[in-house]
Design a binder for this molecule. Structure first.
Ligand SMILES: Nc1nc2c(ncn2[C@@H]2O[C@H](COP(=O)(O)OP(=O)(O)OP(=O)(O)O)[C@@H](O)[C@H]2O)c(=O)[nH]1
Ligand SMILES: [Mg+2]
Length: 324
């Protein structure tokens, strides 16, 4: 053992000194309005896409865990759906998920976009956060690349004041840009010391605990969200029914058959999703297939079907079927 060796070893001593800082591991969740940039930030910290993102509000519909491995700490980031005024049963369920999550984590990161005025929606969220006294809260100003430094400074001040108004102090306030990879590492540095002492909770190399079938369904939904407007983004749900290696393929030329259903709420939405001569659905397939192949590391045959699940966002039975 090192301690018993006769000659001092400076390298080992340095390592020993480093090791005196205890390893930390724990959970940090990102909360904020829909579209605040929570999922994009989660992906940037993990260094890989674990959560889908889009410029449509309410893209995230369940908590997604992204895992950051560092020598000193393991950060488990819990990306949550955007908190909003619910208009459907799905909306209520999503809000419940967020509230349960922030009660369970070690650190809460409140995300506020730099380019949008701190509004009633934000105040409502921070007011609720103020009630969770024991948990340190970090204010994260997202999308800092979209504004000039003056506007950024005003936003930092506004969020700081909001904390004061509500009778608590942010553990940290930090501007970041996930798109420009600005201050992302620093954010991890700030979260790490707020986590409890603990050995790693996930095996090294695990970047998420999302099942593959869920990730695949999400990648298809992400592609389907692109370019659709109004109510339609909310109406889309995707379920992977089956993933099976194609039989009779040579070992060096595998093919994975994936069958998935794209659900919409009304027959009238079917045409939009499928597009003229099926072009839109085909594009969704092509686009998501590339991401799926990258994720799974194998060529994929993707079979997509569009189905109507009438008013599923409001129907408890349908919600259950779709996994909510
Ligand atoms: N310019 C810029 N855009 C960003 C940044 N982060 C996120 N965005 C964009 O903001 C939009 C919303 O990003 P998401 O990460 O999906 O937002 P979210 O908070 O997860 O949204 P919900 O899941 O709907 O609650 C997307 O179009 C992103 O590309 C950033 O740092 N800079
Ligand atoms: Mg999201």
């Amino acid at each position: 053992m090192g301690a018993m060796s006769a000659r001092p070893n400076p390298e080992a001593a340095a390592q020993q000194a480093e090791n005196t800082a205890p390893h930390r591991a724990g959970f940090a969740c990102f909360v904020g309005r829909p579209n605040a940039g929570k999922s994009t930030l989660t992906n940037a910290l993990v260094g890989q896409k674990v959560a889908i993102t889009s410029n449509r509000p309410q893209t995230t519909r369940h908590t997604v865990r992204g895992i950051v491995h560092r020598p000193d700490a393991q950060l488990i980031l819990v990306d949550t759906p955007g908190l909003h005024k619910p208009r459907t049963l799905l909306g209520e369920r999503l809000n419940d998920v967020v509230r349960t999550t922030w009660a369970e984590v070690d650190v809460i990161g409140f995300c506020l976009p730099a380019d949008q005025k701190l509004g009633p929606g934000d105040k409502y969220i921070v007011k609720e956060l103020a009630g969770i006294k024991k948990t340190p809260k970090i204010a994260i100003i997202t999308k800092s690349d979209l504004v000039e430094s003056k506007q950024l400074a005003e936003q930092l001040l506004a969020v700081s004041r909001l904390g004061e108004e509500l009778g608590f102090e942010w553990a940290e306030i930090i501007p970041v840009s996930a798109v420009k990879d600005d201050q992302i590492g620093l954010l991890a540095d700030l979260i790490a010391p707020l986590l409890p002492e603990s050995p790693p909770l996930y095996p090294e190399g695990d970047l998420t605990d999302e099942p593959e079938m869920v990730m695949v369904a999400e990648l298809i939904r992400e592609a389907a969200l692109e370019g659709v407007r109004d109510e339609l983004p909310h109406s889309i749900a995707v379920v992977v029914e089956e993933m099976l290696p194609r039989e009779d393929r040579p070992a060096d030329k595998p093919l994975l058959d994936i069958h998935a259903n794209v659900y919409i709420e009304r027959p009238s939405q079917k045409g939009i999703i499928i597009g003229p001569k099926g072009k839109r659905l085909k594009d969704v397939g092509t686009k998501s297939r590339k991401h799926i192949e990258a994720l799974l590391g194998t060529p994929v045959f993707l079979d997509l079907h569009v189905k109507v699940a009438k008013d599923w966002q409001r129907d408890p039975k349908q919600l259950r079927k779709l996994g909510f």
